[in-house]
Write a protein that binds this ligand. Structure first.
Ligand SMILES: NC(=O)C1=CN([C@@H]2O[C@H](COP(=O)(O)OP(=O)(O)OC[C@H]3O[C@@H](n4cnc5c(N)ncnc54)[C@H](O)[C@@H]3O)[C@@H](O)[C@H]2O)C=CC1
Ligand SMILES: Nc1nc(O)c(N)c(N[C@@H]2O[C@H](COP(=O)(O)O)[C@@H](O)[C@H]2O)n1
Length: 272
């Protein structure tokens, strides 16, 4: 390894061993598939909230669980967020674990591809947006933007393409694109694993009864704090069958991993 970068994070191997059963593994014989391995991973408060209010970024993960998130970023081909998160957080969406490309490693090895779901072209990114700056510096990959036809203007499209990012266009009449279609497009473009970080809109859709089967693993950081009403909440639509309320889903093969002050809950979601 080249000299480790001074701002690189470290995730010890005894912690990694606990998380590894929930992250993607490459099959010995690759088989055709309609979707990548999907890991849904985010941090919530004790009142199941992602942030204090819509449009606001709230740091919930402590240093140990933050390093875990970066370890996960190094183990997935892509990292996906909704446009609400892109606008609120101006995120980096790169991996800063020691040894990956840009942080002591070669090239862009271990750097995930950022994917932003932005059907209406709301994300007015520029060369100053963190994710583009990092791509220009060789410390991350340029984003792919999932958008409706013609929703990303030529100037921004050019900015993405000059950094080896691109627009993935969908001919969607409404603003919603089916998750099967999005995931299918990603796997056809070479993405074998994707970690989906949020925010509330994206997570609640993927936890909804009709999408539970698309998610392979959930890796959830729970921070010991209550944020109070009015934040961005994780709470999927209810499941009603034959007029009866049922629990939506349940995690199987559950493991609770304490990391610093936080606890990380891992499992495989199944219809309850
Ligand atoms: N604590 C944590 O781990 C995280 C917290 N956050 C927080 O979450 C908040 C943002 O959450 P939200 O406002 O709910 O925004 P969001 O990031 O979930 O984006 C929602 C938008 O994404 C697009 N979208 C989502 N699913 C789509 C689909 N199937 N088809 C087409 N478009 C689709 C729509 O335009 C929708 O309005 C911020 O405050 C952010 O800081 C975000 C990620 C992780
Ligand atoms: N794991 C986790 N813990 C928190 O406390 C968070 N607020 C988030 N947010 C997610 O991470 C992105 C910001 O980090 P980078 O700038 O990309 O390093 C943010 O956009 C959310 O996706 N995650």
């Amino acid at each position: 390894m080249a000299n480790p970068a001074r701002d690189a994070l470290h995730f010890p191997s005894h912690h990694a061993q606990q998380i590894d059963p929930y992250i993607p593994t490459l099959p010995a014989t690759p088989t055709p598939t309609t979707k990548p391995h999907v890991t849904l991973t985010f941090a919530t408060s004790l009142d199941s909230q992602l942030s204090l209010a819509p449009g606001i970024q709230t740091a919930l993960s402590g240093p140990e669980s933050k390093a875990m998130t970066h370890y996960l970023r190094s183990k997935h081909d892509a990292i996906l967020i909704g446009v609400g998160t892109a606008v609120a957080d101006n995120p980096s969406l790169n991996c800063r674990i020691e040894g990956v490309g840009g942080y002591g490693g070669e090239g862009l090895e271990g750097q995930p591809r950022p994917v932003v779901i932005d059907p209406k072209g709301r994300w007015t990114f520029s060369a100053d947006s963190k994710v583009l700056k990092l791509a220009a510096e060789g410390k991350g990959r340029a984003p792919w933007v999932v958008a409706g036809l013609g929703r990303v203007d030529e100037e921004r499209r050019g900015m993405l393409e000059s950094l080896r990012g691109k627009v993935l266009e969908f001919d969607s009449s409404g603003s919603s694109i089916s998750w099967s279609e999005i995931l299918n497009r990603l796997v056809n473009d070479g993405v074998k694993s994707v970690m989906i970080e949020g925010g509330g809109g994206v997570i609640n859709e993927l936890l909804a009864p009709e999408n539970v089967g698309l998610v392979d693993s959930v890796i959830l950081t729970i921070a010991p704090v209550w944020l109070g009403k009015g934040g961005v909440q994780v709470c999927p639509d209810a499941r009603v069958e034959d007029g009866q309320r049922l629990a939506v889903s349940r995690l199987k093969d559950v493991k609770w991993v304490p990391l610093g002050d936080d606890v990380v809950l891992c499992g495989h979601p199944r219809l309850a």
